[in-house]
Design a protein around this ligand. Structure first.
Ligand code: HEC
Length: 107
């Protein structure tokens, strides 16, 4: 009985972890997806404050998509690649927002 409980708890924990947003994943995604248009991660994240990043990614990244509407970034923000990585990107950008006092080590 106890073993079964432990197994269930473990299985739950393992199924939850990969779904969580991840700053490292966000930073990798930034370098792959945003850098070509916005420069390195330090520069990119410091475009906005932490509150602005929160707002930008709220409501299915509505504000973030508005920033890119009608620009060469429009196609990217409506792509699956963007929606797949958006929670990670948000975590990374928020962590290093221009009022966070944090500077990413990966550049
Ligand atoms: C294909 C090019 C392209 C890609 C990819 C792209 N952007 Fe943009 N982005 C733009 C353009 C063009 C604008 C509008 C003009 C500007 O402000 O530079 C813009 C605007 C923005 C703004 C608003 C700037 C302001 O002054 O208010 C932010 C913040 C931003 N992008 C962040 C990102 C992030 C983070 C990513 C990756 C998740 C990304 N962009 C991906 C081209 C791109």
């Amino acid at each position: 009985m106890l073993q079964k409980t432990i197994f269930v708890v473990l299985a739950l924990a393992l199924s939850i972890i990969p779904a969580q947003a991840d700053i490292k994943k966000g930073s990798k995604a930034y370098l792959k997806q945003c850098k070509k248009c916005h420069g390195n991660g330090t520069k990119g994240a410091s475009m906005k404050s932490q509150a602005e990043w929160n707002e930008a990614f709220a409501d299915n990244a509505k504000v973030f998509k508005q920033w890119h509407a009608g620009t060469k970034g429009e196609k990217y923000v409506s792509s699956k690649k963007f929606s797949k990585f958006a929670p990670h990107l948000k975590d990374f950008l928020h962590e290093y927002g221009n009022d966070s006092g944090n500077v990413p080590s990966c550049g």
